[in-house]
Design a protein around this ligand. Structure first.
Ligand code: MG
Ligand code: ZN
Length: 234
């Protein structure tokens, strides 16, 4: 069972770096999110629409994970945000991002002026859930055509996430999909999961998502340390 031991070691090393990432970004007061999903569920479109709404108020950066193309980066760069691309084919075509690569990619940003860092993970519901990147929030996107049973089929992803976005709500009239069952399945795996339903295409349900981000960004801001003189008791 040497192989299992090696995998455990790799994951432990990754977890340690993820911990460092979490602390590092917290000190900078940056809100960080790891966006994960299977391919085609709408990560990039959600990011495009999200950044378009936030960019006048907050400085956003994106780390784009992909096996081999820069297609998504090109789309996001058009919004005028800083994008750093990680192509995993340089690391043997891995289907996930690792904490160390995030740590290195982060150094390319103007970190003292960054409010939000989004990571678009490689499209895959399996190993991105095993490899923590050390972000404040793991966000899983599940689109309606993917089916109600994905949370129970890929439980680790839904257990490791704090937020689930059900995307492509605009397709419901054309699908035999039970969104309530999809939500129930997700809650069965992770009762704490916050679930948002939206359509990146029509932007129905988008306000709640944006409001949630804004609340979280404000919480992350590093407080000014003002010394208050102690009140003398008489
Ligand atoms: Mg994408
Ligand atoms: Zn992988």
């Amino acid at each position: 069972m040497t192989e299992i031991k090696i995998i455990k070691k790799v994951l432990a090393a990754n977890d340690a770096i993820a911990e460092l990432n979490l602390k590092f970004f917290a000190e900078k007061g940056i809100l960080t999110m790891d966006i994960m999903s299977s391919p085609g569920s709408g990560k990039t479109l959600i990011l495009e629409k999200t950044i378009a709404r936030l960019k006048d108020k907050y400085k956003c950066g994106v780390i784009e994970g992909d096996v081999s193309t820069t297609n998504d980066s090109v789309r996001l760069q058009k919004l005028g945000v800083e994008v750093v691309q990680i192509n995993t084919d340089a690391f043997g075509g891995d289907c996930h991002l690792e904490a160390e690569w995030i740590k290195d990619a982060a150094l390319n940003f103007d970190l003292d002026n960054l409010d939000i860092l989004f990571v678009e993970n490689v499209g895959n519901l399996v190993c991105p859930a095993e490899f923590q990147t050390g972000m404040d929030f793991n966000i899983v996107i599940l689109s309606t055509p993917e089916g109600e049973d994905k949370p129970v089929k890929y439980p680790l992803m839904f257990r490791e996430s704090q937020v689930m976005i059900i995307n492509k709500m605009d397709l419901l009239p054309y699908l035999d999909i039970d969104v309530k069952l999809m939500k129930d399945n997700a809650k069965k795996i992770n009762p704490e999961l916050k679930i948002l339903s939206l359509s990146a295409k029509t932007e129905e349900g988008f306000d709640e998502w944006i409001e949630w981000i804004e609340t979280e960004v404000e919480k992350k801001k590093v407080p000014l340390r003002i010394k208050v003189q102690e009140k003398k008791s008489d």
